[in-house]
Design a protein. Sequence first.
Lengths: 372, 285
Amino acid sequence: MASLELRNIVKRYKSQTVLDNLSLTVADGETLVLFGPSGAGKTVLLRLVAGVIDPDEGKILIGGEDMTDLDAEFRGVGMAFQNFALFPHMTAFDNIATPLQAKHSSQGTIKTGVESVAKLLKIGHVLSHKPRALSNGQKQRTALARALVGSPPLLLLDDPLRNVDAKLRFEMRLELPRLLADRGATVIYVTQDYKEAMALGDRIAVMSQGVVKQLGTPEQIYREPANVEIARLFGDPTINLLDVKPSRDAKGIYVGLSNVQVHLAGAHEAAVGRDCVIGLRPEALAFVDEGTPGAIPVTVEAETPLNEKIVTLARTVRGREILVSRPSGTPGQSEGRAHIAVDSKSALLFDRASGERIGSKNVVNLRSGEAA
Amino acid sequence: MEHTSLLERILRGIALALVVIFFMFPIVWILMMSFQTNETILRIPPQLVFEPTLANYTALITGKLMTAAGTLDIAFMRNLCNSVFLSVTSVAVALLLGVPAAYAFARHKFRGSEDIAFTLLSFRFAPALLVLLPLTLYFQKLGLANTYIGLIWVYQLICLPLILWIVRGYFEDIPADIEYAYRIAGHSWFATFRKIALPLAGPGIAAAGLLAFIFAWNNFVFALVLASADKQPVTVGALAFITSSGIQYGQISAAIVLSITPTLALALYAQRYLVEGLSLGAVKG
């Protein structure tokens, strides 16, 4: 059983600060997803925890024990690398067996251990192959099996699905959460794919330029992103962002969209009179009949059916592009003039200059790693 | 495969044949000379058809050289043994020292590591003759002149930089993640070096060892100055065939054939392993 605690971690390469005073806590048995663009410091963070690189400042506690100065082999973590990092001169069996060999397990224990994890990951039939004879999917599963085989209390998965094809990625996205939950291990999972992050994470830490920008459940990150950047990273199709200046009248706070006053539900007091950006999820928009209160006139430009949903690109009278997403089979407009209405409850307001969300109630307390 | 015309294939064949003849001619000529007596060799014009004789080889192996001036003792077989001993030991020592050093230079960037590595390489820039005089004086003071240990030590000037720089490159080509993965699996750095780095750099180490062996084998000037007759390798020993009664072309040829045989055999044997190359199938793609 192992919780993980990172205290004020600083890592610099030459003059560049890769991790800037980062603190993070992962509870025992929790899956934390590190999400962010490349160069955000996710992989560096993972390697620090694994012990293959040392932090310049700060402490790393695994299971409550200070492991900052301990070499990688004593930390008892399992890690799967993005590039798989299989040992090319060993068979898949021997690759998977290495953590057990390090514990000086008996031949019998090793054999049972490797075979059971191989069966779980459906690579039992390729155990005698060397990595070069494996497909990418099999390599990825072998790497994962090697990380899992010793039942480490802390698992570090560095974008393990990055280099596999879309079909396998989809399958693994479904399989992995169950697999990880069964193991009961604490997991840190690095990814650049927001769907993976949403599917796998108990919590998601959104990283950018060496700091955690937001920490919260997938639901929180999606519904209440801390800033425009995070709002844009989560969601497909991407969120609609339009410049607005909220005002107040007798009915409450409203924004002007194509000369139509759209009243917003929720607490947006702080936004009144400021230059803002409104974030509207494509699925929070719907086609309505002309004359519906708050209906915004648009021209439909293009329509893309994506099996389970249909995404429509429309243009407002002021020429701004807007994406509308609706489930397949629901009524909509595929061309010409149309009207859309906004689900005002889900509208997000961001400060135009800083990009921070206004009225954000989930203030991130990074010290304790808790999202209030 | 692209279709090539008959003419093109013929021309290519001729071109290849010319290259092969150009490079192989001296070797073949030496091989032919080694089966002839001095008289037939020196006949003008030279003849391709002759009655082969094994006299040269018997002379070398028995150590008795018949010349017009009488019988001469030659230590060729001993020289050959010296060559084998010196080269094998030098390469072994160089591998023992050079491979761990190469690993350190490849994986651990420490203060001055580049400078040290470059200094070691620079030993190869200096002309041997420049080093020889002071070296000889030192060796005589230290009692290392005319000893196997002294020679093997000096041979490190040839072998060590070669092995260090070639093997270092091979270690650097191994993705660090592969080694990290082994460490994280719970193995010590030494186990990682032994079980991961060494096998993966194996072809490189073999290639460097082979090259170092050939360089050590072919060395002439160090052994000429620092070793007396009983410690001399074949390269120096071959001088004995320039006798007062003339140059023994037949014996020299036979000696050359015998002395290139070990390196040639080794190269042919090791070739298979060298060509196999690094199998980096584990990393992406």
